[in-house]
Design a protein around this ligand. Structure first.
Ligand code: NAD
Ligand code: LMR
Length: 338
C-alpha cells in the first residue's frame, strides 16, 4: 500500500530500536491534535499499547485507530476511555502525552488560553501523579511556557516530581525551522536541522540559525523574515484556519516524532538528542528554571541538558527578548499552581 517514498517519509518520522513493552496514553485523544497523533502513534513500532482518553469521543477514536494494520498489530492493544475512566486510561502508562485543552482563535495569544487550560492540565497531572507516577509526561497543551511549570508544581505537591520525566513539546518549532530554512536555502529539511531554544511562544522561540550550516548563510532582511516566520508560524495557521483552531496535523506529526525520541531513549538507544522544554539549570541565575535546549534522552528520560553554545550578535538580542517574557510565563504557571 505504501510507495517507497512514503516509507522513506515514515522512516524520517520514526526510528526504531529493539522494542520493549511500552504503553502510551494520550489525554485529549478526541481533539484536533489527539486524533491524528493517536493514528501516528499506532504506526510507531515502539508503541505496544495505546490508551486513548478524552472527555469526549475517545472510545470512537480508539475503535477507528485499532483497525489500522500496522506491523505491530499482533501484540497491539488500543483502548478508548470515556470521561469517568481517566485512572483506567493511565494505569500502567510509561509515557503520557497531553494535548487536552482549548486552541487559539485569530487575535488570541497562547497566554489567552491560560484561564481554561491551566486547570485542565493541573487536574490531568494530579491523576498521573496518583496512577502513573513514574511515567514520562509530554505536555502539548498551551501555553506550554506555563503549563509545564503547572504540571511540575502539581507533581511536586504530590511528592512524585522527577524533572527527568517532564517535557514541554517544542518539536513543532524545530520542524517549522527546518522546513522554512529549507524553503529559503533550496535544500531539503533533512539537511537543514535547526536547534530552537527558549520556550514556545513568539519572542521566547529562539532559532539558533548561526549553528546550522545552511542557516548561517541567511542574513539581512531574509534572516529577519525567517526568524519572524519561525517565531510566529503558529499565527500563520491560526489565521488560515479562520476560527477553526490552530495547528493540529503538523503538531500531531511533531508530537509523534518527539514521543518516538523519548521511547528510543527509554529503550536505551544512545545519542537521541532534541530540543525540549524541561526543568533546566541553564538560566536559573536569571530566574528562569524551565528552558528548552538540546536534551539527550535516555532510559530515565532526561539524560543530559546541553548548553546553548555560541550565539551570534542577533541571537544574543533574541535571547534578551526571550528571557524576561519566559520568566513571566513560568511565574504565572507557578502562581496558579500554588
Ligand atoms: P481541540 O479543541 O481540537 O482538542 C482538545 C481536546 O481536549 C478536545 O477533544 C477536548 O474534549 C479535550 N479535553 C478538554 N478538556 C479535557 C480534559 N479535562 N481531559 C481530557 N480531554 C480534555 O484542540 P487541539 O487543536 O487539539 O489543541 C489542543 C491544545 O494543544 C491547545 O491548547 C493548543 O493550543 C495546543 N497546541 C500546542 C502546540 C505545541 O506546539 N505545543 C501546537 C498546537 C496546539
Ligand atoms: C503552534 O505553534 O502552532 C501552537 O502553539 C498553536 C498556536 O496556538 O499557535
Amino acid at each position: 500500500m505504501f510507495s517507497r517514498s512514503a516509507l522513506r517519509t515514515s522512516s524520517r518520522l520514526f526510528s526504531t530500536s529493539a522494542p520493549r513493552q511500552t504503553k502510551v496514553a494520550v489525554l485529549g485523544a478526541g481533539g484536533g491534535i489527539g486524533q491524528p497523533l493517536s493514528l501516528l502513534l499506532k504506526s510507531d513500532p515502539l508503541v505496544t499499547s495505546l490508551s486513548l482518553y478524552d472527555i469526549r469521543g475517545a472510545p470512537g477514536v480508539a475503535a477507528d485507530v485499532s483497525h489500522v494494520d500496522t506491523a505491530s498489530e499482533a501484540r497491539y492493544l488500543v483502548n478508548g476511555y470515556a470521561a469517568d475512566h481517566l485512572d483506567d486510561a493511565l494505569s500502567g502508562a510509561k509515557v503520557v502525552v497531553i494535548p487536552a485543552g482549548v486552541p487559539r482563535k485569530p487575535g488570541m495569544t497562547r497566554d489567552d488560553l491560560f484561564n481554561t487550560n491551566a486547570s485542565i492540565v493541573r487536574d490531568l497531572a494530579s491523576a498521573v501523579a496518583r496512577v502513573a507516577p513514574d511515567a514520562c509526561i509530554l505536555v502539548i497543551s498551551n501555553p506550554v511556557n506555563s503549563t509545564v511549570p503547572i504540571v511540575a508544581a502539581t507533581l511536586e505537591k504530590a511528592g512524585v516530581f522527577d524533572p527527568k520525566r517532564l517535557f514541554g513539546v517544542t518539536t513543532l518549532d524545530v520542524v517549522r525551522a527546518a522546513r522554512f530554512l529549507a524553503g529559503v536555502s533550496g535544500a531539503t529539511p533533512n539537511d537543514t536541522p535547526v536547534t530552537v531554544v527558549g520556550g514556545h511562544s513568539g519572542a521566547t522561540i529562539v532559532p539558533l540559525l548561526s549553528q546550522s550550516s545552511y542557516g548561517k548563510g541567511v542574513t539581512g532582511e531574509a534572516y529577519a523574515a525567517l526568524v519572524n516566520r519561525i517565531q510566529f508560524g503558529g499565527d500563520e495557521v491560526v489565521k488560515a484556519k479562520d476560527g477553526a483552531g490552530s495547528a493540529t496535523l503538523s503538531m500531531a506529526y511533531a508530537g509523534a516524532k518527539f514521543a518516538n525520541a523519548v521511547l528510543r531513549g527509554l529503550n536505551g538507544e544512545k545519542g537521541v538528542v532534541t530540543p525540549t522544554f524541561v526543568k533546566s539549570p541553564l538560566f536559573e541565575d536569571k530566574g528562569v528554571d524551565f528552558f528548552s535546549s538540546n536534551v539527550e534522552l535516555g532510559p530515565n528520560g532526561v539524560e543530559k541538558i546541553h548548553p546553548i553554545g555560541q550565539l551570534s550578535a542577533e541571537e544574543e538580542k533574541l535571547m534578551e527578548a526571550c528571557i524576561p517574557e519566559l520568566k513571566k510565563n513560568i511565574e504565572k504557571g507557578k502562581a496558579f499552581a500554588a
